[in-house]
Design a protein around this ligand. Structure first.
Ligand SMILES: *Cc1c(COP(=O)(O)O)cnc(C)c1O
Length: 466
């Protein structure tokens, strides 16, 4: 077999560079990058020939395909990878899809702030250095009833920082029923270890009493820690100590009580058809000294860990060296301020914070939206069976794990391809659509589909079958 014959048939780099399609690439990127991709492609071809010297058909095919390969490689390198997607899963806080959606108004404010200079750490009244926390501290305190507040990178960081600053080398008492693992490797015992505090476990998995805590208090005890078991529920023969009782115990022994409440709920979710989830206000009122929670769970804001509570502890936390490593940037500070602003008026928050708005969407209205979309898609009923179906949305993000909210979906059963390949095509589209496949049927839950996205879904499905 004359391998050299094939080597000779590999187009020369210079001549590939003269190809019209390749020349067009110079409009979108540099000559260096195109050249690099051309060299790589010819080198790959050489290796292919070397490894498959007797596969003449395949070699010819590869040679014919070389321009396509180069253009697609250049496009791959020069196009953005992170994109907006449409969430048709019905999971409102989908961690893989970016958790909480931010409102247009909040995003506009951030855009305005970050495309110029800002008063991030500049006190405009005094004309001197200010604090990045000042923009939202007062408003958080107003809403939660706390004395002081600060925010860090996420809630995991908040727990780490709180324990490092309040209980390093000392003992922290935690119920065995609350030693949780939250998705993405947040484990309470591990975080405690990283903070240098010593975990003192009390009670059992299903039952912990107040006297369990009390009996383990020593001169080494620097905090009582309560953790919300956000993502699981123990039911049956169970008992745990409320934040009220624990706070009273802390007071009796002059030991601070810390609560990791998980999701930053600021409204009574019972009013919106869900199970009551402990609110930040309630923990503060109950007497907790420090409460921390996520910014991008039920609060509906940016990724952040918000710490609220007594000023003496927050001041110490602010000055801790770890805080510098965990601090939020101006994007987060700006969005946090926007989101908390909405909560000044609960009705505004329900309307303007997308997460709350999605929770509060009426099933009847969702049904109308699902019927509208499915009627439009009937145009393509040669290719699939289409219908609307009742379904159940969930909160997600490790919050309210048992909660399901009645909703409506468009259901699509492809006739000309498998459901798996339909799912893949929608995922591959210009604006990817992420739905759910159950029993060979594709579902798009309209609860998590935002205004105007139904038109995009229609267009992307049309693209698949046109
Ligand atoms: C979600 C959660 C965390 C982690 O919060 P992140 O903001 O994702 O870091 C910690 N503790 C509890 C109880 C949680 O629910």
């Amino acid at each position: 077999m004359d391998v050299n014959k094939y080597y000779r048939s590999i187009p020369k780099v210079d001549s590939i560079m003269e190809n019209e399609e390749i020349k067009e690439l110079l409009d979108i990127t540099s000559r260096e990058l195109v050249l690099e991709c051309v060299r790589e492609a010819t080198e790959d071809l050489r290796i292919f020939i070397n490894n498959n010297p007797s596969n003449e058909n395949k070699i010819n095919e590869e040679i014919k395909n070389i321009v396509n390969k180069i253009t697609s490689e250049v496009h791959k390198i020069t196009s953005y990878n992170m994109k907006r997607v449409i969430n048709g899963t019905g999971t409102i806080l989908h961690t893989n899809l970016g958790r909480a959606v931010i409102s247009e108004q909040a995003a506009e404010r951030v855009k305005n702030i970050v495309t110029g200079y800002s008063n991030l750490e500049f006190d405009l009244e005094q004309g001197e250095r200010g604090s990045r926390y000042s923009h939202f501290e007062k408003i958080i305190c107003r809403i939660t009833g706390a004395e002081a507040a600060i925010a860090v990178n996420n809630n995991a960081a908040a727990v780490l920082l709180i324990l490092s600053s309040m209980a390093k080398d000392k003992e922290v008492i935690v119920s065995r029923g609350e030693l949780v693992e939250i998705g993405g490797s947040f484990r309470v015992p591990d975080v405690m270890m990283q903070s240098g505090s010593k975990l003192v476990e009390v009670g059992t998995t299903n039952k912990t009493h107040l006297y369990d805590y009390e009996s383990k208090i020593t001169s080494e005890t620097k905090a009582l820690l309560k953790i919300h078991t956000s993502n699981y529920k123990i039911v049956g023969f169970t008992e745990s100590v409320s934040i009220e009782e624990l706070s009273a115990l802390g007071k009796k022994y002059d030991i601070p009580v810390i609560e990791d409440i998980g999701s930053g709920v600021l409204v009574d979710l019972k009013n919106y058809g869900l199970t009551y989830e402990p609110t930040v206000q309630n923990s503060i009122k109950a007497g907790a000294d420090i409460v921390c929670f996520s910014g991008d769970k039920l609060l509906g804001g940016p990724q952040a860990g918000i710490i609220v509570g007594k000023k003496q502890y927050i001041d110490k936390i602010k000055k801790h060296p770890l805080n510098r490593a965990l601090r939020i940037d101006k994007f987060t500070a700006a969005v946090l301020e926007s989101v908390f602003h909405e909560y000044i008026d609960e009705e505004r928050a329900i309307n303007n914070v997308p997460v709350l708005n999605m929770i509060n969407k009426n099933a009847g209205d969702i049904r109308i939206g699902a019927e509208r979309l499915s009627n439009k898609l009937k145009e393509f009923s040669d290719f699939f069976e289409i219908d609307t179906a009742e379904c159940l949305s969930q909160i997600g993000g490790g919050a309210l794990p048992l909660e399901r909210i009645k909703s409506y979906a468009v259901s699509i059963k492809p006739k000309t391809m498998s459901c798996a390949s339909f799912e893949r095509k929608l995922r591959d589209s210009e604006i990817p659509v992420i739905g759910r496949v159950v029993n060979d049927t594709y579902y798009i839950d309209l609860r998590t589909v935002l205004d105007n996205e139904d038109q995009i879904i229609y267009d992307e499905i049309k693209n698949i079958f046109k």
